[in-house]
Design a protein around this ligand. Structure first.
Ligand code: BMP
Length: 211
């Protein structure tokens, strides 16, 4: 039930609830990002948790100095998120501040090592392995790595080890394949191919049948 994470990047509450009605019988983790949060307000996090009894990963790609990261993480977790995604490229002081604040709230961060879009090859790819290693050195257990580049995903898995939990965006519209992704990742993050589908429930069932 937690091998597919729904990226709920819709900006309308009725639409969001329609998708959640159809998908939450099959999955229990929702990724909430800027699109829905900025459109509907941060209270949408707790509302979705209360109405659907799901885990919420807040994807705010936290990427600031340590003092600011701390505030962003604390506030986001207080809005009800269960975990929060943090960029690794900012370095160990920023990431440590985020990690410590999450732990103070008895929650966890996901460290983003490398992104799934083509443009990430230019700046993030050259440092992704170092970011993953930094995460290992810091004792971070959860990572985000791309489903669109299975070789890169495999490399990140090699660095973070089998005990780590990797979630992987890029399946579907961005070109990643669920079977390949789940060879290396614990869960696939999927957005548009589910919520833009004419029949989100059927699309999700089809994806689950491919696993
Ligand atoms: P979609 O399945 O619609 O492509 O959505 C993927 C989701 O994962 C989006 O929320 C996107 O912002 C996020 N994401 C990504 O696609 N690639 C990354 O490297 C990191 C992400 O958080």
């Amino acid at each position: 039930k937690n091998q597919i994470i729904l990226a709920l990047d819709v900006e309308d509450k009725d639409e969001a609830y329609k998708i959640l009605d159809q998908t939450t019988p099959y999955l229990n983790t929702i990724k909430i990002g800027y699109p829905i949060t900025l459109a509907l307000g941060p209270q949408i996090i707790q509302q979705i948790k209360d109405d659907y009894n799901v885990q919420i990963i807040a994807d705010f790609k936290v990427a600031d100095i340590d003092a600011t990261n701390e505030k962003i993480v604390n506030t986001t977790l207080n809005w009800g998120a269960d975990s929060i995604i943090v960029h690794g490229f900012t370095g160990d002081d920023s990431v440590l501040a985020a990690k410590n604040m999450a732990e103070k709230n008895n929650k966890e961060i996901f460290l983003l090592t490398e992104m799934s879009h083509p443009g990430a090859d230019r700046f993030l790819k050259p440092v992704a392995e170092e970011i993953a290693q930094m995460g290992v050195d810091m004792g971070i257990k959860n990572y985000v790595a791309p489903a669109t580049k299975t070789d890169r995903l495999a490399k990140i898995r090699e660095i973070v080890g089998d005990e780590a939990f990797i979630i992987s965006p890029g399946v579907g519209v961005q070109g990643g394949k669920i079977q390949d992704t789940l060879k290396y990742a614990d869960a696939a993050i999927i957005g548009r191919s589910i919520y833009n589908s004419d029949n989100p429930q059927q699309t999700l069932e089809d994806l689950i049948n491919m696993i």
